[in-house]
Write a protein that binds this ligand. Structure first.
Ligand code: NAP
Length: 315
């Protein structure tokens, strides 16, 4: 009999990729909140994770072997002004998941963020670096991490998660507060020939969602516990990433202009540097993580097959 995998947030980018990658390895269940998603080989159902009794009911009915929590409220500026809602999704939910995972013997893999760091370091952050969030989003995600600290479960921290997903093109706004991932947003803007201003002073190691999904599945099968950084291998500014993406997809990168983060009015502070060192996860789980160049090759071939209308038109 196949083991049962419960993906929380299957309507989101990472959740969708996990369902696609897991394919026939498990009997797969996936929850959405407001964006109904139809995914092959996955029993999809609605669940608002902030409703504790509903979460308990789902665990009691499915009794999952592995649970991967990709859900979050991650509109950083919204979280800055709505602390209660941010903590409800990013921290209280983790408590419900922890309690139910203990009760039903499930292995929990929970996704956190690079925004737990203040960005003062100038070399990639390791798991032993001290968290010191600048924003309430980062603070609420750290609250979630603390709940699992010292447990038999795993917390994974990625940085700028991106990738191809057809679900984000449907136009329905997610309750995560994130309408589109950075790469898809860039691609749609480039496709519409809209000018772009991208910051040169925020550095991250952007993470291909396919790599994150693969890592979460490997971790779900292992008996290891603790904290792992999982990101792309290239540490660069958002501007450098955007130019690489434009060139890779055949767009004119001259439509992207350089900007300083101080030129944008934003409620929450962002770390200027949140590149992650994934050495520990690579060694312990035998992961194959990608440079931006290689990751964009993967994404481009998916867009060519499933969303060719996003490629430049031949005039
Ligand atoms: N994206 C990034 O750049 C980034 C960077 C660092 C860390 N992370 C972390 O990586 C994880 C995955 O990110 P992602 O970009 O794949 O997320 P995403 O595409 O925005 O998807 C988030 C998912 O959470 C679900 N959700 C939100 N609130 C919920 C609630 N109250 N109850 C049930 N489900 C709820 C959404 O459901 P509906 O869409 O159906 O409403 C959606 O399926 C998150 O934990 C995030 O904090 C992301």
């Amino acid at each position: 009999m196949k083991k049962k995998l419960l993906i929380l947030g299957v309507s989101g980018l990472t959740g969708y990729k996990i369902a696609k990658t897991a394919n026939s390895q498990y009997e797969i269940y996936g929850s959405y909140n407001v964006r109904h998603a139809k995914i092959e080989n996955c029993s999809v159902f609605q669940l608002d994770l902030t409703k504790k009794e509903d979460v308990t009911k789902v665990f009691s009915e499915i009794k999952p072997d592995v649970v991967i929590n990709t859900t979050a409220l991650h509109n950083v500026d919204f979280c800055e002004e709505n602390h209660e809602q941010a903590s409800a999704v990013n921290a209280n939910v983790v408590r419900y998941l922890y309690e139910n995972s203990e009760k039903y013997g499930s292995k929990l893999v929970h996704i956190s963020t690079d925004y737990v760091f203040d960005g003062k370091k100038k070399t990639p952050y390791t798991e032993s670096d001290k968290a010191a969030p600048l924003s309430f989003y980062g603070e609420s995600k750290l609250q979630g991490e603390v709940i699992l600290s010292g447990s038999r479960h795993v917390v994974v921290r990625p940085s700028v998660v991106y990738g191809w997903t057809p679900l984000e093109l449907a136009g329905t706004v997610s309750s995560s507060g994130k309408p589109m991932n950075f790469a898809m947003w860039l691609l749609t803007k480039l496709n519409k020939k809209e000018p772009l201003k991208i910051v040169t002073d925020q550095f991250a190691s952007a993470t291909l969602a396919d790599s994150l999904a693969d890592a979460c599945l490997k971790i779900g099968k292992s008996s290891k516990s603790g904290l792992y950084h999982i990101s792309g291998l290239t540490c660069e500014s958002r501007y450098e990433f955007a130019v690489k993406l434009a060139r890779k997809f055949g767009y004119d990168s001259n439509s992207i202009s350089e900007a300083n983060s101080s030129s944008f009015v934003q409620k929450a502070k962002r770390p200027q540097y949140s590149c992650l060192d994934s050495t520990k996860a690579i060694k312990e789980f035998g992961l194959q993580l990608f440079t931006t160049d290689k990751a964009l090759d993967v994404m481009k071939s998916q867009v060519e097959n499933e969303g060719p209308h996003l490629l430049p038109k031949c005039d």
